[in-house]
Design a protein around this ligand. Structure first.
Ligand code: SIN
Ligand code: FE2
Length: 206
């Protein structure tokens, strides 16, 4: 469903069985490419979100190098694991773009983590959408406009939901206000022992 021009929200795109299957794939990605805590350019302040990636390129950030894509995990120096097939299928079904994704950022939110409003603009290719898939606890997602001061609206994203920002919405500000208390039974995983949420964003880098 197109909730605003260029913003498509597909509720329960993955049913429970598909969410569990994808979670097993993400557990395997994290086993090979451990979650790390990125830090802000210049200030070096740590993000509250932990991250890893899969695909040919991964998004990283640290004090010295700033925001960037790179082919190696910053700690293991190994290539990122491949993007799991269910995510490639989701891209084919939802991205309406002829080329496959080059990067999948895996964001892990513990119950206290959040993400400030930002644009995804480290990609040279802005023709492809950003496709986001959520697993685990619900969050309060915030969608702003194309400029930082623009009005914003908030809505919940739940496990299995898919959201795309494309076309005129590709550079809209967005963030996560907070992780919501869990009402539905939690997806069983050591990753979610204390609750939490995973968000997967598939991108073309350029
Ligand atoms: C992101 O913007 O990288 C993540 C968005 C989300 O967690 O839903
Ligand atoms: Fe983002």
């Amino acid at each position: 469903m197109e909730i605003e021009p260029g913003v498509h929200l597909c509720r329960s795109y993955l049913d429970e069985a598909a969410q569990i299957a994808l979670l097993r794939e993400i557990e395997a990605v994290i086993a090979r490419a451990p979650l790390f805590t990125p830090t802000m350019p210049r200030s070096g302040k740590p993000f509250s979100v932990r991250m890893t990636n899969c695909g040919p390129l991964g998004w990283v950030s640290d004090k010295a190098g700033g925001y960037r894509y790179q082919p190696l995990h910053p700690q293991t120096r190994e290539p990122w694991p491949p993007i799991p097939p269910p995510l490639l299928e989701a891209w084919s079904a939802l991205a309406a773009y002829p080329l496959p994704p080059q990067a999948c950022l895996v964001n892990f939110y513990d119950p206290a983590a959040r993400m400030g409003l930002h644009q995804d603009r480290d990609e040279a290719d802005l023709c492809a959408p950003i496709l986001s898939i959520s697993l685990g606890a619900d969050c309060r997602f915030r969608l702003g406009g194309s400029r930082r001061g623009d009005p914003s609206r908030a809505f919940a994203l739940a496990s299995g939901d898919a959201l795309t920002l494309g076309g005129g919405a590709r550079l809209r500000f967005h963030g996560v206000d907070r992780i919501l208390p869990e009402i539905a039974p939690r997806l069983a995983s050591p990753l979610f022992a204390d609750g939490g949420r995973i968000n997967l964003t598939l991108r073309r880098v350029g």
